[in-house]
Design a protein around this ligand. Structure first.
Ligand code: TGC
Ligand code: FAD
Length: 392
């Protein structure tokens, strides 16, 4: 793979909206990605393996629980810093950002928000340091966009719960020590349970043959009469709103992450357009190529403004789920279009692993599907503005 020469575009001087701390956090993540991710990521994506050696680096840049309070091992940062970290990581690879998103927003967040003090103290510091990795089980083979229909269930057996069912498409599942699992009790109410590797009847077969997120490990969670200790139930929130609340945090991070992937594609295409000579001129001198580049930087700038504004509202505690959906949907769509256009600008070179474009393009096919599909987010906006539910 080519050396990582990335330079971040900032067409509207958005750095003026950031604090010194934001810029320091971003620089640390950017430097780490250049040093520890860029040189190895293509090889790991090609062999479809998660590079486990980067876990400690992710912890060091604060990617595990950026906004979780320091007393629980988190970095105690604000939402803009969280977004910037996700942006920089996804600039390297969406699969690596997935690992960080899941750990932070889908495992640490529910334990912090819905767990009790014993659970916070037991799990959060180990998750923040990367000593334990976590996964989040919501999606099932027959319930993806409609998680409320889940059939995974648990029964009260006096001194423990008995958990049965299966989850599918679970990021980090093959190597996670801890799974936050959503299941229905005997009354059909959804609760979160912390399931640990090693519990009898719990297995995590890996999902193979993915063309997307190849450097991220995906798997199933199988529960065959798993005895879960009663103290592993998250006591402070139940119902579908509990897992959906975690998704708000992850979707917000993805809105920033997608900007990172788009910036990498734009930066690569811009550089190539000045170096590649055809018909005696750099291809960047042709109007059709300039149109692509001009539209890319326009869309990136709009996406940056959207993400920053949602971040400000999240810091204030005022961002709605629908506002987050709009940012996730817009920014991932923006990134997938830019990845495709950038790949075309590199001609045949664009399909090789010499450049990151094809990898970003394929990765974004998952990003536009998970955490709510492109169409589901459109329907969330539709419901929000009309008050009319088009889901069912
Ligand atoms: P609905 O009746 O609308 O809502 C049920 C309850 O939930 C509340 N709620 C929310 N709460 C917090 N945050 C949100 N975003 C919320 N959205 C809804 C709602 O107020 C209600 O509360 P209450 O108290 O009235 O009961 O539910 P519905 O069944 O009609 O479904 C709505 C729909 C379709 C929008 C929702 O199910 C949905 O978002 N579906 C998409 C599923 C999804 O995003 N799955 C993601 C799985 S995790 C994943 O993909 C990880 S990838 C990670 C990585 O690798 O980066
Ligand atoms: P479906 O729900 O079957 O959707 C199929 C199509 O129908 C989509 O185009 C959808 O938009 C459309 N559709 C569905 N309902 C409607 C409707 N009412 N109106 C209009 N169109 C509709 N899940 C987890 O719980 N944890 C994870 O860590 C996780 N990681 C993932 C990693 C990867 C690589 C992938 C690909 C997925 C991951 N997921 C995870 C699952 C992901 O959230 C689901 O794939 C996603 O929510 C969509 O569900 P589905 O694949 O079952 O598609």
């Amino acid at each position: 793979m080519k050396p990582d020469l990335f330079e971040a575009p900032d067409y509207y001087n958005l750095d003026e909206l950031l604090s010194d701390e934001h810029k320091l956090v971003r620089q640390a993540a950017r430097d780490w990605v250049k040093r520890d991710v860029s040189p190895i990521i293509e090889e790991y994506a090609q062999k479809a393996e998660f590079p486990e050696q980067i876990i400690s680096g992710l912890a060091e840049i604060g990617a595990f629980g950026p906004y979780i309070p320091e007393e629980y091992g988190g970095a105690g940062l604000d939402q803009i810093s969280y977004g910037l970290i996700m942006q920089e990581i996804e600039r390297g690879d969406s699969g690596v950002r997935s690992t960080a998103s899941v750990q932070s927003s889908l495992v640490m967040y529910p334990i912090w928000k819905y767990g009790n003090e014993e659970q916070r103290k037991k799990y959060l510091p180990k998750l923040a340091s990367g000593e334990w990795m976590g996964c989040f089980g919501l999606t099932e083979p027959d319930h993806g966009s409609n998680p409320g229909g889940m059939t995974t269930n648990f029964k009260d057996k006096g001194d423990h719960y008995l958990l049965n069912g299966a989850k599918m498409w679970i990021s980090n599942a093959p190597f996670a020590q801890v799974a936050v699992v959503w299941a229905k009790n005997e009354e059909g109410r959804i609760h979160g349970l912390i399931v640990e590797r090693g519990m009898e009847g719990f297995s995590t077969p890996e999902t193979h043959n993915k063309w997307s997120l190849r450097a991220s490990a995906t798997g199933e969670l199988i529960f065959d009469n798993v005895k879960v200790p009663k103290e592993n139930l998250l006591p402070n929130k139940s119902g579908l709103g509990a897992p959906l609340g975690c998704l708000d945090s992850a979707r917000y991070g993805i809105a920033w992450g997608a900007i990172g992937a788009a910036m990498d594609c734009y930066d690569t295409a811009l550089r190539y357009s000045k170096e590649r000579i055809q018909f005696g001129k750099p291809i960047g001198q042709f109007q059709l190529q300039q149109k692509k580049l001009a539209e890319m930087i326009t869309e990136i700038t709009k996406a940056q403004l959207l993400a920053w504004r949602v971040g400000v509202m999240r810091n204030a505690g005022t961002a709605t789920s629908a506002q987050i959906s709009m940012a996730k949907r817009n920014n991932v769509d923006m990134a997938i279009n830019i990845a495709r256009e950038a790949r075309q600008m590199l001609g045949g070179m664009g399909i090789t692993g010499e450049y990151s474009l094809m990898r970003h393009s394929m990765n974004l096919e998952s990003v536009i599907t998970y955490e709510g599909t492109h169409d589901i987010h459109l329907l969330i906006t539709g419901l929000d503005i009309t008050g009319l539910n088009a889901f069912s």
